[in-house]
Design a protein around this ligand. Structure first.
Ligand code: PEP
Length: 258
């Protein structure tokens, strides 16, 4: 059976009250879940609080960002070893909101990828096309371009054990989710693209989809063989809808023998 990976990205939302309510509801219903990897990504300042709240449960911790440097005069930044120290397992990098609002380039993201791998943390590398690239049929080209910098600097083997989140930018926070058949096509392309450059051909990459995932479209997405899970934004801020997404993802993946 395939265990889906469901990550809830809280973005710039939440406070201490939200954490205690959200985590206690999650703990009650999916706190000991075995057939799904459930991960939450709170804002940086609450990582420690959330780590305590999820203690002894199956829920795991993800950070939303990391700095390029390990230590030194970099005011306001958080390093990979600090994230490891606090108990994070996954770290989101390359999210389109950081590419847009914080001018992060593919090269910067490749450095973050390298630093996380070195520290033993799992990068959740977000890639995806703009609305224009989508309209012009350049989705695969855009995804390949974002992967290429890492491939050329670190090789295909560096992708082993990593999570890639395919997130079409036009689908994020818009309510316009990409069609599952189209997502499948892109995921298959990404997997093959990396595998072709992997000399040993034994790397395993988890590929999630993100972009307006809800309890209404999760079954269609998880019916696809190359969609290994989902990265959820808006819908993860409501515990009931996040739990529905997790349960439906498990139901769909457990009924499939890919
Ligand atoms: C995201 O920001 O990664 C995301 C997928 O958001 P949403 O689910 O709101 O589209």
């Amino acid at each position: 059976m395939i265990h889906p990976l469901v990550i809830g990205n809280w973005k710039l939302n939440g406070n201490l009250h939200f954490i205690s309510t959200m985590v206690s509801i999650l703990r009650q219903s999916i706190g000991s879940i075995q057939n799904c990897k459930v991960v939450i990504a709170p804002p940086m300042i609450y990582l420690g609080q959330v780590k305590q709240a999820i203690y002894n449960s199956a829920i795991e911790l993800c950070a939303q960002n990391v700095d390029l440097h390990i230590s030194g005069a970099f005011t306001g930044e958080v390093s990979s070893n600090m994230l490891k120290d606090i108990g994070a397992k996954y770290v989101i990098i390359g999210h389109s909101e950081r590419r847009l609002w914080h001018a992060e380039t593919d090269y910067v993201i490749a450095r973050k990828f390298y630093i996380l791998k070195k520290e033993g943390l799992i990068p959740v590398l977000c890639i995806g096309e703009t609305e224009l690239e989508h309209q012009e049929g350049r989705t695969k080209e855009a995804c390949a371009r974002q992967i290429d910098v890492i491939l050329s600097l670190q090789g295909a083997e560096a992708f082993n054990g990593v999570v890639i989140a395919y997130e079409p930018i036009w689908a994020i926070g818009t309510g316009k989710s990409a069609h599952p058949d189209k997502v499948q096509e892109v995921h298959e392309f990404i997997r093959t693209y990396i595998a072709q450059k992997d000399a040993k051909k034994d790397s395993f990459v988890t590929i999630q989809y993100g972009g307006s995932v809800t309890s209404k479209n999760i079954m269609g997405l998880c019916a696809q063989p190359d969609i290994d899970g989902v990265l959820v934004g808006s819908a993860c801020l409501n515990p009931e809808s996040f739990i529905d997404i997790i349960r439906l993802a498990v139901k769909q993946k457990s009924s499939k023998m890919f």
